[in-house]
Design a protein around this ligand. Sequence first.
Ligand code: ASP
Length: 424
Amino acid sequence: MNKKMSLTTKIFIGLIVGLIIGLILNQMGPSDFRDKFLVNGLFTLVGNVFLNSINMVVVPLVFVSIANGAASITDIRKLGRVGSKTILFYLVTTAVAITIAMVLSIVVKPGLGLDMSSLVKTEPTIAAAKPLVEVITDMIPKNPVAAMANGVMLQIIVFALLIGVGLATLGEKVKSIVNIFEQLNELMMKMVGMVMILAPYGVLCLIAKTFTGLGFDAMVPLLKYMICVLVALALHAGITYSGLLVIFTKLNPITFFKKFAPAMGVAFSTASSNATLPVTLETVEENLGVNKSIASFTIPLGATINMDGTAIMQGAATIFISQLYGIELGMGALLTVILTATLASIGTAGVPGVGLIMLSMVLQAVGLPVEGIALIIGIDRILDMSRTAINITGDAICTIIVAKSEGEFDEKVYNSAVVEKSIA
Ligand code: ASP
């Protein structure tokens, strides 16, 4: 925890230092030292080593974590009805979340007015709008190895999901393979940790490079992007979650937010759904009146596969980056973003920063330059904290709705005064 906090501080310092260096170099004007040695030399070297390292872990990470996540779904079959309701709720709310974020970003246009295509050599292309039939057939890999070699994310996800379902169905017979996947998952998380050691330096160089080229102009779009994400998170909580709660349970959403706030606070400060899990569970059971039998199943599952806040960031970031590079996304591409980000949320681990790594997969799925992440990674921590609070809120709302429909909910506890003692 301490180590993570210090990495966060380092990334933040990297961002500020990079920003200052970039702005100074921008004011200094062109010189061999600036352009050849720093921008195209040192900054490009360190920045690209960092970007390549992120890319390196994406394919194995997605494959292993999705297969592993799906393999652990054996319990859902047992729980039958509860399982399908929960998963349906998680998937639908995630898709709604991305849609809100994308619509907001398309309307606000945070990325307009800043021309990144001049900085990075990417051909400004129009991502072709594929017909829906093709979008769906293209999800099935003819050759899974080729899909992995070429980083075709949707195909990798489908393959991984099928492997996971197969493992779950075979159960005991393939226990050792399931164990291997669990261990590989640990290994991948370790590798993410190793790559993140580079993050402060990578961020410093990438931000310095960006701001040398763009000067103060780059700051306004970045702020607009942040506001887009934060507003979309607020809308999702205030409209989608509150609306669902009222429609399905007739409970008062204000009571919910009052009593769930401590858990949101922990999620905000740790930026980790996993780390918040014990507090989420306790709050939902003790403060909100959900029976243990439901909460102990839906909350851990949600912390693993339900990431609406992360999906909001991915939706907004994808539109933002497409605007920065002047690449238009057609209807087919937007649909692909919804699909990929929804599925990516299954594979996003509930730990800090993984959502941003998964973003590179969403970008690749619609042919956007992964370099765009460079601009947003510096400010991502504050968004990570905010989206994690929403991630766990989605788990809690779903849990209450499912519990109420199953008669496993105590409305008296929900409406009672807040129990202060429950959060240590
Ligand atoms: N930090 C998020 C969580 O734990 C995941 C992410 O978006 O990076 O829920």
